[in-house]
Design a binder for this molecule. Structure first.
Ligand code: NAD
Length: 689
């Protein structure tokens, strides 16, 4: 096997070049090659300086994640050893950075005595996103080189900085315009005689700001409390950096190692790493012949400029794809396009878009009142009212209007895609594209595969999703697809629990403490309690009907399951309590104490069960896809992996036991998944990637 690392000489500079596509990950052979190169430099008296550089699209973009948790990652030379060997090189080492110097890649750069970078490079330590910390001296060297505040920001959020920002922080010594290697060698020539060598681990100057102001750590924690809620890794990163300030380097690296190993052996890191692979796996479509080519999508049509149609259109406009949006009446059309412009302006006012970009995006939009204007579109997405007759009517018309080969999609939340497809003469071109609200922001896209959907239509949808920066998951035709179908038992049980003695705030609190952004009743108030309501205030069959009948439709009306003040801050509602008690009395139910564990069993275990039913029915391709839906569609905490991964960490026998314990209360519609039971009995896991 050829080594991914080669050394060459340019005068008295030794160049260590990595060539390990696609991203020069720091696998074992790369690490070994770097060490060999440094040893060569130490040995050879003619070598006066060293440049470490990478070929291809990037500098070392990180550790080799496929080695995680395997003996290979600890085998000599492990990354902590590599960086020490680099720093202890007797000749100056210059890291020449392009692309991304991420994680272990940045640690290699930090251990080098100097760093030069092209302006387009990005530097970061994203380990926190995998539930970890940079464990090869990164938490100790980064604050010493870039300053404590910058190090906290980078390590605890995992967000990279641009080379320019890095230069301003002192993390990069020189920005290189032009040929990187040539300039890096020239830089090495300039510094070859500098002694003592500037070792990051020996620097102290940048730690002073935190010694003078030790409160900055708590300030940082508080400022990010919301973002970090529930996650272990950000706090571990902060603690490691705090140690860098408080303890000598040698003690700091030991503490870093200890914290790293604690994280590595925890459930959160496992969950986050699982999810990393789950997300990548989701784009693979089962049963599609290799080499299936996507169709060309140059122009998109959207029908309906309501809540969803507007947001859906923005995704394409932002990606530079022209959109024709069709409404029934001018007023609705103006309102819809007005909201789109307002949303773009809001983004611009936060500095995330220029006025020019807003103008460009809106310039790609053609508003219309005529379906026939969609004749030249390659993809048409229907986002009108959730009503089968209306949708059938539209698809019937589209069949006459759309050009041959155009893809016809519905954004329906629940309706049967096959039934919709049957109204056309081209069911192979029809599929569901289920966006989540707000559609311009939410990352998830459920791609609903109809019985007759053609493979190239699916491939096109998955590729297009990437282009508009969505994470797509393939779902089968079943009521509510993956995500909303799993909401049903949760909602049913949450409502039933109210009758039995729980309060909305108790149930919501269990969900928020679990890590969800909000509980079922907070979500209902946000989305609208009236969604799907029969609209007859005299027909009151359940608590929800009673709320709707008195105009408690949620946040938009200032009242729902909670009362809201003018700033939309919720408080428990005596009126809702009254309605609940009224129903209990009518149903002859004596309220009892409901434990948090019962809430978990009835609202979360039932979701897991529904996920397993979806899986055994073939409506999801794999358990990890279900997890992707819940993390990206509903804010399931990624540190718990997703409902199916979480079920495995709870233990499937415990889940099945909990469900059986509640069986009498779960109602006539509840059905225990045989897949779940058999996996539990066989001591197998349900989630894997
Ligand atoms: P909405 O009521 O906000 O918008 C629907 C729009 O479609 C209205 O502006 C209406 O005038 C227009 N319309 C109706 N019939 C039309 C026709 N024949 N031609 C052109 N325009 C027509 O509804 P929404 O919330 O945007 O939902 C649209 C679809 O998206 C539904 O199928 C819904 O189930 C689905 N969906 C909604 C959400 C959500 O959270 N709102 C999320 C995912 C999917």
């Amino acid at each position: 096997m050829t080594t991914p690392i080669t050394t060459t000489r340019h005068g008295d500079v030794l160049i260590i070049t990595s060539n390990n596509p696609p991203v020069n990950a720091l696998g074992h052979s790369v690490r070994e090659g770097i060490v060999n190169g440094i040893e060569e430099a130490n040995r050879d008296a003619e070598v006066k300086a060293v440049v470490i550089i990478a070929e291809g699209q990037t500098f070392f973009a990180g550790a080799d994640i496929s080695e995680f948790g395997t003996p290979k990652s600890f085998e000599y030379p492990a990354l902590p050893q590599v960086v020490d060997i680099i720093e202890n090189c007797t000749k100056p080492v210059v890291a020449a950075i392009h692309g991304t110097a991420f994680g272990g890649g940045l640690e290699v750069a930090l251990a080098s005595h100097y760093r030069v970078a092209v302006p387009s490079a990005k530097l970061g330590v994203p380990e926190v996103k995998l539930g970890l910390l940079p464990g090869a001296g990164g938490t100790q060297r980064l604050p010493r080189v870039a300053g404590v505040r910058k190090a906290l920001e980078m390590a605890a959020t995992g967000n990279p900085v641009s080379a320019t920002e890095a230069y301003e922080a002192g993390l990069v010594d020189r920005l290189i315009e032009g040929d990187l290697l040539q300039h890096a060698v020239a830089f090495a020539e300039e510094v070859k005689d500098t002694r003592p060598l500037p070792k990051s681990s020996e620097r102290d100057d940048k730690l002073q700001e935190a010694r003078d102001d030790p409160g900055l750590f708590d300030e940082f924690r508080q400022a990010n409390a919301r973002k970090f809620r529930g996650f272990d890794a950000p706090e571990y990163n902060i603690r490691a950096i705090q140690t860098a300030v408080e303890k000598p380097y040698a003690e700091g690296v030991l503490e870093e190692r200890k914290l790293f190993l604690e994280l590595m052996s925890g459930t959160q890191a496992r969950a986050q790493q699982y999810f990393f692979f789950a997300e990548r796996k989701a784009s693979k479509i089962d049963g599609v012949p290799d080499g299936t080519r996507p169709r060309d999508i140059r122009k998109v049509g959207v029908i309906g400029a309501g809540t969803m149609g507007g947001g859906i259109s923005m995704n394409f406009l932002s990606a530079g794809i022209p959109v024709t949006i069709v409404e029934m009446q001018q007023e609705a059309l103006d309102r819809g396009t007005g909201v789109m412009l307002k949303n773009y302006q809001a983004t611009a006012s936060k500095g995330k878009m220029t006025q020019e970009q807003v103008g460009h995006a809106m310039g790609l939009l053609t508003p219309s009142l005529n379906l026939e204007d969609l004749a030249d579109c390659d993809l048409i997405i229907e986002a009108v009212f959730e009503n089968m007759d209306v949708k059938k009517d539209i698809f019937g018309k589209l069949d006459q209007i759309a050009k041959p080969g155009a893809i016809l999609a519905s954004n329906t939340s629940y309706l049967n895609i096959d039934e919709i497809a049957a109204t056309t003469s081209r069911p192979q071109d029809v599929l569901g594209l289920h966006f989540f609200s707000p559609a311009n922001i939410m990352k998830l896209l459920e791609v609903v595969r109809g019985a007759k959907t053609a493979p190239d239509v699916l491939v096109t949808a998955m590729q297009l999703a990437k282009k508009i920066r969505k994470v797509a998951v393939v779902a089968g035709v079943t009521y509510g697809f993956i995500g909303n179908r799993m909401l049903i038992p949760r909602q049913t049980q949450a409502m039933q629990l109210l009758l039995e003695g729980a309060t909305p705030q108790q149930i919501d609190k269990v969900h928020v403490d679990f890590g969800m952004p909000m509980g079922p009743f907070q979500m209902a108030d946000l989305a609208g309690v009236d969604i799907g309501w029969h609209r007859d205030p005299t027909r009151i069959e359940n608590i929800r009907d009673a709320l709707c009948a008195v105009d408690r439709w949620g946040q938009k009306k200032g009242a729902g399951f909670y009362d809201y003040d003018e700033k939309r801050r919720p408080s428990p509602s005596p009126k809702v309590q009254e309605i609940i008690e009224d129903f209990r009395a009518k149903a002859g139910v004596t309220p009892r104490e409901i434990t948090d564990q019962e809430i978990i069993e009835r609202t979360l275990y039932t979701m897991v069960n529904e996920g397993a039913l979806i899986l055994e029915g073939g409506f999801a391709q794999r358990a990890s896809d279900i997890d992707v839906v819940w993390v990206y569609g509903y804010g399931w905490p990624v540190y718990r992996g997703g409902p199916m991964f979480w079920a495995d960490t709870e233990g499937l026998p415990k889940i099945v036991e909990g469900l059986k314990r509640q069986l009498d209360r779960l109602g006539p519609d509840f059905r225990l998944s045989q897949l779940l039971v058999s996996k539990a009995e066989a001591s197998e896991k349900i989630s894997k990637v």
